[in-house]
Design a protein around this ligand. Sequence first.
Ligand code: UD1
Ligand code: CA
Length: 470
Amino acid sequence: MKLAVVILAAGRGERMGSPLPKVLHGIFDKPMLQCVIDSAERLRPLRIVAVVGKHFKEIKKSIKPGNILFAVQKKPNGTGDALLRAKTLLKDFRGTILVLNGDVPLITSETLKKFLSLHQTGRNHISLISFAATNPASYGRILRDRNSCINAIVEDKDATEAQRKITEVNSGVYAIESGVLSLLKEIPLNIAKGEYYLTDIIGIAGNKGYKMNACCIGSEDEMMGVNTASELMKARKIFRERLANAWIKKGVTFLDHDSIFISGNVVIGKNTIIYPDVCLEGRTEIGSGCTIYPNVRIVDSVIKDGVVVKDSTVIEGSIVRAKAVVGPFAHIRPGCDIGSETKIGNFVEIKKSLIGDRTKASHLSYLGDASIGKGVNIGAGTITCNYDGKKKSRTTIEDGAFIGSDTQLVAPVRVGKGAYIGAGSTITKCVPAMSLSVSRADQKNIEGWAIKRQFKVQNSKFKINKKKRK
Ligand code: UD1
Ligand code: CA
């Protein structure tokens, strides 16, 4: 089948009550229009045309660069007029045109494939997907003749009381043979709405004896159109449930799947447990047997098998290797590679750093632009001073080194293999392997000092009291 896709996305979207173009509202981290484009791309069509309106530039910027052609509908004169705007870009195309709505974001390529094969085997000129709606008010109703063949679509506004009772509705997904597109010109203006309705093509084609079919294969959840903010909320909920159920089937456990956010590109391994309020975003991969505790956000990162991410931790653009433990309250910023069985604890911030296997940074540290070896101990309060106000420099800590608490490592600096740094040191020079470096002032003990002080205080109080009595 020669296939082209047209996505109608130029509508006003007034019912959303938002300045953002409707099709750019997101189902999680993806605009609705991108969800539709992604499903269309999986069908490998010869071309995809998106019909966009006055927000053309904004829409183009928000969509993944790809093989999308844009047709502009300057005024939103209705869905019939919108499809007509795509005609120039389809002039040389002969085959089937799949028309999708940019505000029907949950549609899957599986359903579209099934639909196109029904269209093809039925040798129809026009087919559409219909579904049974529990609340059909915001959709066009499917009218069928005595032989149950579709012969018209009537919008809610224009429907009679009897027609409003029909629950089979139009999803806005059509397959139209290119030869039939010329009928678009015959669509009359709907005076009440001031628009040309694409749905009117059904009545026109029916009168001319074209072969048509309404395939009632859609589920209400998948086919829902998003016209208002509350419908968008509902679509997000359905999307979340769809994703969560797919992962549950693959052996992932969610303690509360209503509170999680997983983007469509995330991969999760078997026997991983995910607690409430977890966001897994972008191209994130979670291994098997991991535990992700509450309030964790992981973006564009790879988490290997058996990792534990404790509460309120953020991991961005990094890799965490097998059996590492990160958090609670840790921030792994982009460009980190955290070794296996390594422990990153409370209030530790790490940026652009390599941390070797079995290294520990358990409390209150900043490690930026650092290369830290295996089996290193980073004491509480360690800071790599990586920025001199002009440029960033690196800190290198070799295998087995011991960094005492409250150490500042002023980069560029290197601590050799197995070296020790005494607590409270400011290290500005390289430390040779297997040595001890202490940079704090020597400790002075003044014996009896506290007793003398106490005596002085008592004496001065006595003098004051004496003055008062006088
Ligand atoms: C439309 C259908 C309705 C169907 C429903 C499915 C018509 C007249 N009605 O109604 O039968 O049940 O979708 O969700 O087609 N658009 C343009 N240019 C325009 C107007 C709209 O590109 O001038 C685009 C919108 O951006 C949107 C799509 O077409 O993506 C549908 O438009 P919308 O106004 O939402 O139509 P509905 O009232 O939902
Ligand atoms: Ca709609």
